[in-house]
Design a protein around this ligand. Structure first.
Ligand code: SFD
Ligand code: AMP
Length: 623
């Protein structure tokens, strides 16, 4: 075995992750830390300039409330989110983000992000809450501000965090490994902020073969936030609330601009609009089925009903939408110009954030002004910041949170000193890129306040504990090295399993038993029980993961993280005996929404015994 150097970093606040929430946290923490003479350190598995969900850029900012200009109120936003999540939301958290999000957007603009302007200098809205941007460099701009605030010496890139560092039930930092150098990192901290995004690749993806790896959600986010918070003993919430985005098929291009800005319709292959022909179905899901806009999962559901009846493929009627807008110009010359403008905007929408969709359009002779394009429901993802809700159960702000939801510091999990933001914090959906940044700022400010007020001691961790964590970290390299010579084919070996077949086993079982694409997103107690049996065997085999180099070692740990995300998901779906989000998943044995399930499902993992605790928590309304 190689000798891996141990690098110890002592800090006051450790930010795990380098995405939107982490960059927001860095900017805010740096400000308050300077005033209080504290050290802040950030660690990202990738290069922060292009890491996380915004790596490729985005074409819109999906949360802008316009509070100052009186465009909307905090309550308006809470109403929108509550309805979209079929009643299950932490109104205090959503309101807290809504009152701060605009300032994050104004900062982005100040830092150089081009936001579309109308002829009067106002922002161009895609929809009520969404602003159009030229966002190819969005992440680079946000990361630059974080770097300027923290200083690059306080940022560690390409270091994969694989475990929390615990002192009894206190989280006192994190451990991880460099994916480029032979270095094992021990970050000792007096407070920790987790912002390592959500998870992709838990379910078998639609894309296979040469397309494998192409997913809607970025391949880099693999359940680290869930794993870390679970292992740190924190309570999690809404782990059943996955997100299934409807996207342009196979390259996952966004649909928001088409539906909201271009007012496009989606139809089945017979040309029928399922949102109209299936309107009656919405009554079954009242009161949320009756609200406007129709909740994202119900939009999916109406579409899936058509697909299940064999009426697919489903098409976005791009040509019709473009024509409708251009025809509003009475002057033929102006209409022609408008048509060209719309064509350019349609392409830019993809080029700004899903370049592969533009390439696929080009490769398959699609001209959006001439013919429609297929859309489809993607495989499930965990992204509590978008239209899913999974994440840690965190404290709300004192002035907004009901007593049951407040325990001292905003965004602190039930583990003292462990804060969460973005996808890592749950039940506060629809924060998107801007709200995640704002939430990172809220959490970081609270974490600094925690440090100042509580003054937790410097962690003192036994060397033996560190050595054990280090051994566990590199175990897959050791297992591989010791056994590779025992077979002639590297990937078939009775003594180890490589990350890819391990991941495929996880994805297959989730797909088939936990309501993936193959099961048309349906599941039941019998299926979920079977998923748990198979997960238990997979967990046993995780001890046998083998890796022949650093990159594969990262893949091993990513898939171990995914497995815990999978288990939290299966257990939460099993616990909730109703169907609340058809279109995300359907419990065929409990096919209706039930009033007594209008509550949160929380879960907690006990690392020593390996046991899970599941509970119902009431939804408290503040508006
Ligand atoms: O419309 C470790 N999102 C959109 N938001 C918008 O505002 N507008 C859009 O246009 C958006 N679109 C969109 C969006 C997401 C995706 C995937 C697509 C399109 C294709 C949502 C936002 O992007 C999302 O809400 C935020 O980015 C969430 O922020 P955050 O910080 O919770 O997650 P992150 O940015 O993905 O960052 C995660 C970070 O963690 C790091 N990381 N670091 C160390 N160790 C580990 N083990 C780690 N694991 C992960 C990552 O490297 C990264 O830095 S639209 O189409 O929906
Ligand atoms: P998307 O590109 O699907 O991620 O959408 C971007 C934003 O538009 C998100 O805030 C979505 O919730 C919203 N959105 C997308 N499609 C619709 C629709 N048909 N009706 C209402 N809102 C939508």
């Amino acid at each position: 075995m190689k000798n891996y150097e141990t690098v110890e970093v002592e800090t006051d606040l450790l930010i795990c992750g380098g995405g939107m929430a982490a960059c927001g946290a860095a900017v805010e923490a740096a400000h308050w830390a300077k005033k209080n003479n504290l050290k802040v350190t950030l660690v990202d598995k990738a290069a922060t300039d292009r890491s996380g969900a915004v790596a490729m850029g985005l074409s819109a900012i999906n949360q802008y409330v316009g509070l100052k200009d009186g465009e909307n109120t905090m309550k308006d936003y809470v109403d929108y989110v509550r309805n979209d999540l079929m009643g299950i939301t932490r109104e205090d958290l959503v309101a807290s983000i809504a009152r701060h999000v605009d300032s994050s957007v104004h900062l982005f603009e100040k830092w150089g992000l081009p936001i579309w302007k109308d002829k009067d200098g106002g922002y161009v809205h895609e929809g009520r809450w969404q602003l159009m941007i030229n966002g190819e460099s969005y992440k680079v701009i946000v990361a630059e501000a974080a770097k300027n605030a923290l200083g690059v010496d306080n940022m560690y890139e390409r270091v994969f965090i694989h475990e929390p560092l615990m002192d009894g039930d206190k989280c006192v930092g994190a451990v991880g490994f460099s994916v480029r150098e032979d270095k094992f990192y021990v970050f000792k901290a007096r407070a920790v902020l987790v912002a390592m995004g959500g998870a992709v690749g838990v379910f078998r993806p639609r894309s296979i073969g040469e397309g494998a790896g192409r997913a809607w959600y970025p391949p880099f986010n693999s359940g680290a936030s869930t794993y870390f918070t679970l292992k740190a003993g924190a309570e999690l919430t809404c782990q059943e609330v996955r997100f299934i985005p409807v996207r342009f098929k196979d390259a996952y291009g966004p649909v928001g601009a088409w539906f909201l800005l271009f007012k496009s319709q989606a139809t089945n292959a017979l040309g029928e609009s399922y949102m109209q022909t299936r309107r009656g179905e919405l009554e079954k899901w009242a009161p949320y089925g009756m609200v406007k806009p129709v909740p994202a999962n119900l939009r999916n559901w109406l579409m899936l009903l058509d697909v299940m009846e064999g009426k697919g493929p489903i098409y976005m009627q791009t040509a019709e939408a473009i024509k409708n807008i251009a025809e509003k110009e009475t002057d033929p010359k102006a209409a022609k110009k408008k048509l060209k403008e719309l064509e350019a905007e349609a392409w830019e929408d993809f080029l700004d954030m899903t370049i592969s969709q533009a390439i696929l359009w080009a490769a398959t002779d699609i001209q959006p002004e001439e013919k429609p394009s297929e859309i489809a429901a993607a495989e499930p993802y965990f992204i509590g910041s978008h239209s899913g809700a999974s994440g840690a159960w965190v404290s709300g702000p004192e002035d907004l949170a009901p007593a049951e939801y407040f325990w001292g510091y905003e965004n602190m999990s039930t583990t003292k000193g462990l804060f969460c933001a973005g996808d890592a914090s749950g039940a506060s959906s629809h924060k998107f890129s801007s709200g995640s940044h704002a939430e990172g700022r809220i959490a970081a400010k609270a974490a600094v306040r925690f440090l100042v007020k509580e003054n937790p001691p410097k962690p003192a961790i036994d060397g033996a504990v560190i050595n054990k964590l280090k051994d566990e970290c590199y175990q897959p390299m050791k297992t591989y090295e010791e056994n590779v010579g025992k077979t002639t084919q590297e990937d078939v070996n009775p003594n180890y399993i490589l990350w890819r077949p391990y991941m495929q086993r996880l994805q297959k079982l989730m797909d088939e038993y936990a309501g993936g694409v193959a099961a048309q997103f349906a599941t039941s107690k019998a299926n979920l029980d079977r998923a748990l049996e198979l997960l238990a065997m997979l967990k046993e085999d995780s001890e046998k993961l083998g890796a022949n180099e650093m990159h594969d070692l990262m893949r091993c740990w990513e898939n171990k993280h995914r497995m815990y995300q999978a288990e939290a998901h299966v257990r939460s779906m099993l616990f909730r005996e109703e169907t609340r989000w058809p279109g995300y998943y359907f419990r065929s044995d409990f096919p209706k929404m039930e009033n007594d399930w209008e509550c949160f499902v929380n879960c907690k993992y006990e690392p020593k015994s390996g046991e899970w605790e599941m509970k119902k928590i009431p939804v408290k309304k503040i508006f």
